[in-house]
Design a binder for this molecule. Structure first.
Ligand code: SAH
Length: 563
């Protein structure tokens, strides 16, 4: 039960919203707050006090006993702006409660407990089976004491502040070992078990075979990721049940796919039965990796023919490259998905000025590889090379990372041995469009005027095509100190097909602290006011200045239809 205590009318209003949202989990304590807090503290697992933190500190101080049994206490201020986890962050669930209360009331949760606040996950929350001194080593990480990562297997991990030397270790291993003192074992899902079975093979026989193979090779069953077999055996009960008992999924491949895999021990029996010379080894190796246990057959005590085969492969850790657009600048135009990817990455690659934009969001321990302007291909290569090592990488760019930015050079380098995730960002044309009004209401195009990588003739041909087709144009990279004749030239081409009065929007530093924008016309635009922080959007022949806003109609016919 969650006890609710308030003193003022504003507090009571917020309290009633909580009570209405969680009718079965909350109880309102009326009367003098001192008595209410004492009663709720004795009777409830959690308290939400709509009171100042100072008042609550004084009220609960004499009641505090033990952090394992005390209720969790959350304070919400008079303005309903903050939900403060005051006491019992973990044991009492106050951190979690502060988050929930915050969501409900639109208040900012305030959490000061080390693991949550520093952003370091507990070693038992990484999604890997763990063994050993989890509490002790997690605490050491939080306290900034040196903890060494001993990775026997390359596998993507979230960022953790590991040291080069120290007595405590986190050991990433799929082998059967006993954790030492001051050691945590993390079990990556690195083992693939290829299995074959004849019709009706008992689950015990399959499981016994697999467990024996792992035992003999010194491999931990806790690192088994999946069973792999041929499509025809997808529903073979012995395989399905053995996998279920180990708690892993069964993945299957077609006989053709398996027949194409190079294996050390092909044979004629499966070729006749299912159309591939190898099931166990081929299925285990289908996605690459290292064969640790070649094909072996089950032993039958009763002297009958063996009904199952298995092989064990250590698959390579698959690196993850997230290509993340940071948006035009403002923090609230950075998407939650982008934030999540930044916090998930153990390595961040980007231009130094963009890294500065989001440095505060990174988890401690994130390795930052920043570089200056230019060096684009170098950055792309670095990001892909790091991902190939089995790491999680975030490659960042402003606006959308795919628009005149890092995504294409990076993906040109990447092969299918890494996962690539794109996170879209608000590109400059859209950020500027929203500031100007609705300039992109009909067909529009972006053209970069940078002739660094593109010959001017190509750029000019595209500008001409846009001019002839009456398309709204947004110019990126419009003008720099050394590149000043391109913009006037491009505008002149458009002016050959549009009135001098055509609206032109100029937006500098969209959504950044020194944002500025101007609405002018093709004839009046002074190119000297444009620089590399700017985009220039030129309307089509229907674009109008309406009440100082740039508006491109969605088309004459469409407008008639709405009349
Ligand atoms: N990937 C970026 C574009 C990179 S090219 C994006 O999607 O926005 C760099 C050019 O983008 C700059 O020269 C400028 O023309 C434009 N630009 C980027 N951010 C901008 C902003 N906040 N305001 C105005 N123009 C911007």
């Amino acid at each position: 039960m969650i006890g609710l205590i308030s003193a003022t009318a504003a507090g009571a209003a917020a309290r009633d919203r909580l009570a209405a949202a969680w009718p079965d989990r909350t109880r309102v304590y009326d009367g003098p707050v001192k008595d209410a807090v004492r009663a709720a503290f004795a009777e409830c697992e959690q308290l939400v006090c709509f009171l100042a933190t100072g008042a609550v500190v004084r009220l609960v101080a004499p009641l505090l006993g033990d952090k394992a049994s005390d209720p969790g206490v959350v304070c919400v201020d008079e303005g309903g702006r903050f939900a403060v986890s005051l006491v019992g962050g973990h044991g009492g669930g106050a951190n979690e409660l502060a988050e929930r209360v915050g969501e409900l009331l639109g208040a900012e949760p305030v959490v000061t407990t080390a693991t949550d606040a520093v952003g370091i996950p507990g070693l038992d929350t990484l999604g890997f089976p763990v063994e050993g001194d989890v509490a002790g080593v997690t605490r050491a990480l939080l306290d900034g004491e040196p903890v060494v990562l001993d990775a026997e297997v390359a596998w993507p991990l979230p960022p953790l502040p590991f040291a080069a030397q120290g007595t405590r270790t986190v050991r990433l291993t799929d082998r059967v070992v006993e954790p030492g003192d001051d050691e945590v074992l993390l079990r990556p899902p690195s083992l693939v078990i290829g299995v074959g079975a004849s019709k009706g093979a008992p689950a015990d026989e399959v499981l016994g075979l697999v467990e024996g193979a792992l035992r003999d090779a010194g491999l931990s069953p806790r690192s088994v990721a999946e069973f792999a077999t041929v499509d025809a055996k997808r529903d073979e009960p012995g395989i399905v049940e053995a996998a279920a008992r180990l708690g892993v999924p069964v993945v299957t491949y077609s006989a053709e796919e398996l027949a194409a895999v190079d294996v050390p021990n092909p044979s004629d029996a499966p070729l006749a039965a299912v159309g591939t010379p190898s099931v166990a080894e081929a299925a285990a190796l289908a996605r690459g990796g290292e064969l640790l246990v070649p094909k072996r057959k089950s032993d039958r005590a009763d002297g009958h023919a063996s009904m199952a085969t298995c092989a064990v492969v250590r698959r390579p850790g698959r690196g993850r490259l997230a290509v993340v657009g940071l948006g035009p600048g403002a923090r609230d135009l950075l998407t939650p998905r982008a934030t999540a990817e930044l916090r998930r990455a153990s390595v961040l690659v980007g231009l130094d000025q963009y890294v500065d934009q989001i440095r505060d969001l990174l988890r401690p321990g994130t390795r930052i590889l920043e570089s200056g302007l230019g060096a684009e291909e170098e950055r792309a290569r670095t990001a892909v090379a790091e991902a190939r090592k089995g790491q999680s990488i975030a490659l960042i760019g402003s606006g959308d990372a795919g628009v005149y930015a890092m995504a294409s050079p990076a993906l040109a380098e990447a092969s299918d041995d890494i996962d690539v995730i794109g996170v879209p960002g608000v590109t400059a044309a859209l950020a500027a469009g929203a500031i100007l009004g609705a300039p992109l209401g009909h067909d529009h195009v972006s053209i970069s005027l940078s002739d660094l990588h593109t010959p001017w003739e190509v750029i000019e041909r595209r500008v001409r095509a846009a001019a002839e087709a009456d398309i709204v144009v947004t110019f990126y990279n419009p003008r720099s100190r050394g590149r000043d004749w391109q913009l006037p030239k491009a505008l002149a081409i458009l002016a050959g097909h549009r009135e001098p009065t055509t609206p032109v929007g100029v937006v500098r530093n969209a959504s950044r602290p020194d944002e500025s924008s101007r609405l002018t016309t093709l004839a009046a635009l002074d190119p000297a006011t444009v620089d590399m922080m700017t985009v220039v959007t030129v309307g089509n022949t229907a674009t109008r200045d309406i009440a100082g806003r740039m508006v491109t109609p969605r088309g004459y016919r469409w407008q008639e239809g709405t009349r």
